[in-house]
Design a protein around this ligand. Structure first.
Ligand code: TXA
Ligand code: MG
Length: 320
């Protein structure tokens, strides 16, 4: 990827204005939250979200947390419920992420949710993170701002050390107070579930809900039925590395198509992997809705292609 000169922005009026401008343009801006620094992109822009994976060198697409400035803003994107209201009242802004069902017309890129029908939302308390989200007044997808497999950053210097030259800017406002990622609670199922322990103690959450949380650590292997939270697979069968569709198949293309070739949808006509990543889940959903087997063109296995291929292999894996 091209080398950028990463801007270091101060947490003041001009800094927030520049960070907001960059996010609107689809660029990546790291910003402080009270847990860790997040690597932010406008959650409505698929190519911007794809760039997060590229910058981090993440080999697979996991769902990302969308950051918003308030519980009111969160309700633009998800179907709210009583447990969400109680937890938001008690702990937002703060180190708590709530996973809720997406609502119609949400506008969030499917690359943020990795094709799931649910969205993780967080309202951070850090003043600089808050000011940025208020200035943008839009959802910011952000994993921790470190290269994949490295330690989460709690200072702007950590971010610069790991991602300098790979992202547009870092909003610098000192060290993060909590230093541990947010606690994630799933509220999309029949009972509230602890999906990841983090900066807010589970006991505090149980006290507000008046009940025990069901435990499921996100790092546990996803084996039991109903736990396949992050494995979006189409209903139709998927065939990979197909140079063309067989009779009865739909073809998901990649790159320029020769005259003799046709495809039903193309991940990127120019062969751009960031564009392909941004289109991946949306295109699979659209083809799946047609109810026929899907054949997928070969995708180069470098850069974002590795994550695309990882997700396609899961979509194509045998299942019950
Ligand atoms: O403190 C934090 O949470 C930091 C700061 C930047 O906010 N963010 C963070 O993001 O830790 P990330 O991408 O490293 O972790 C996101 C976690 C993943 O483990 C993912 O599986 C889970 O959240 N997650 C997100 N959306 C989900 C969903 N719809 N269903 C289940 N899990 C979800
Ligand atoms: Mg992380």
């Amino acid at each position: 990827m091209p080398q950028l000169s990463t801007e270091i922005l101060a947490a003041d009026g001009p800094g927030f204005a520049r960070a907001t401008e960059l996010l609107r343009q689809g660029a990546l801006v790291a910003f402080p939250t009270e847990t860790v620094y997040g690597l932010g992109a406008d959650a409505r822009q698929g190519q911007a979200v794809a760039a997060i994976y590229e910058a981090k060198g993440r080999p697979s697409f996991n769902p990302l947390i969308a950051h918003v400035h308030s519980a009111e803003a969160a309700q633009r994107y998800v179907r709210w419920n009583d447990a969400a209201e109680r937890l938001a009242q008690a702990f937002w802004p703060g180190p708590l992420t709530l996973v809720l069902p997406l609502r119609d017309g949400h506008g969030i890129s499917p690359l943020v949710t990795a094709g799931l029908e649910t969205l993780g939302l967080r309202v951070p308390a850090h003043p600089a993170g808050q000011a940025l989200l208020q200035a943008l007044d839009g959802p910011v997808a952000a994993p921790s701002a470190n290269p994949s497999g490295r330690i989460s950053p709690t200072t702007a210097a950590h971010v610069a050390g790991g991602l300098g030259g790979r992202i547009a800017a870092i909003l610098d406002d000192g060290a993060c107070g909590v230093g541990l990622e947010s606690t994630i609670i799933g509220l999309a199922g029949p009972e509230p579930m602890l999906l990841r322990p983090g900066g807010l103690a589970a006991e505090e959450i149980e006290a507000v809900l008046g009940r025990k949380l069901v435990m499921r650590n996100v790092h546990d292997p996803l084996t039991a039925p109903g736990q396949l939270l992050s494995h979006y697979a189409p209903g139709a069968s998927v065939r990979l590395n197909a140079s063309a569709a067989a009779p009865g198949e739909l073809y998901l293309g990649f790159g320029p198509m020769g005259n003799a070739q046709t495809c039903d949808l193309n991940l990127s006509e120019t062969g751009d992997l960031a564009e392909a990543a941004a289109n991946l889940f949306g295109h699979l959903h659209r083809l799946d809705a047609l109810g026929q087997p899907i054949a997928v063109a070969p995708i180069p296995d470098h850069g974002l292609g590795a994550a695309i291929n990882d997700r396609l292999r899961r979509a194509a894996a045998p299942r019950d």
